[in-house]
Design a protein around this ligand. Sequence first.
Ligand code: FMN
Length: 369
Amino acid sequence: MAIPSGRSGHPLFDPGQRIKLGIFGSNVSNGCTISTAESSFRPTWEQNLALARRAEALGFDLLVPVGRWKGFGGATDFNGECLEVYTWAAALAAVTERIHIVATSHVPTVHPIVAAKQAATIDHISGGRFGINVVCGWFTPEMEMFGVQQLPHDDRYARATEWIRVCKRLWQEQDFDHAGGYYRIKAGYLRPKPVQQPYPLLINAGVSPAGIDYAAREMDVSFCLIDDLARGRETIARIRQRAAGYGRELGIMTSAAVVCRSSEAEARAVWDHIVAHGDRAALDNLLTTFGVHSQSMDPAQARALAERFIVGWGGYPLVGTPQQVAEEIGRLADIGVDILLLSWLDYVPELDYFGEQVLPRLRDLGLRA
Ligand SMILES: Cc1cc2nc3c(=O)[nH]c(=O)nc-3n(C[C@H](O)[C@H](O)[C@H](O)COP(=O)(O)O)c2cc1C
């Protein structure tokens, strides 16, 4: 477990657990699964509340939502229903006691003074358990809806740099002026300051060189995509090396799609069923935009990973029996993953199964206390 610079003693990075566990994407319709395969999951407040309470009772460490303003079309209008991330986080903060709660916040859609203020407020509601997953806005139709022009790729990170630096000054200073390329702040003022010092946890999910550089300079955690263990090890080494160039250490987070059943054959059949019912139109819209408007991967690479996008938004596949899933989580810890976010086709019942069947095995393997 790597401890990000300046975060020793932070409860999310206590070395008692070799790998931290979280839930990803429960605030959006279809979660991370681009498929019409039947599921009782809906991104309702009731299900989110139930999931947060259950996850906390099971000892999960964090909850991370998807930041989304518009669906991807297709039969499912994938992710079209979305509970707004700051209000979602504030409400969950009030009804939980230990689990960390993140808001995935778009830079262009919220002024840094508002973001810093909301973050400080949720940090108080939660008693220091809040974090921001900063995203620049790669899904151009969403950004166009706001009437803002999509910036060239690397300029988005220049703006995100200024955005987070303004937030950091608001969290740590009082009465400062700022005149930058994107924001002008006169006598910047923010009270109360956040509970977490120096400020709430910061995460970024940029995969391009500019994105990795941004995480290395400004963030606590890099949220990366791992396609296989060997390449994942290299990706993690590259991220850590970039952070070391700034004299910093980062936590490494990734996401995984869990299809866990009592037999491997059954788990594989469920995976195949989800893929067979994939919402190809939504997938095509997503991959075209992701390929064209982000530099996370080229379109051919994205298409090669189509099955993984259908089952878990590109997340690492954890398919098999509880023992197989637990052992694979161990391999992810071995290559340097510090925080693993999980998604399922049907979050509530499958989280229960994971809690009953996989968590005890993770303890037996020494991965969780
Ligand atoms: C695992 C993962 C999760 C992401 N979650 C979101 C999200 O919830 N909302 C969003 O707008 N972008 C999200 N992104 C997009 C990234 O924040 C980033 O904008 C995108 O990868 C393009 O940046 P890049 O070209 O630097 O990779 C996610 C990316 C990854 C890899």
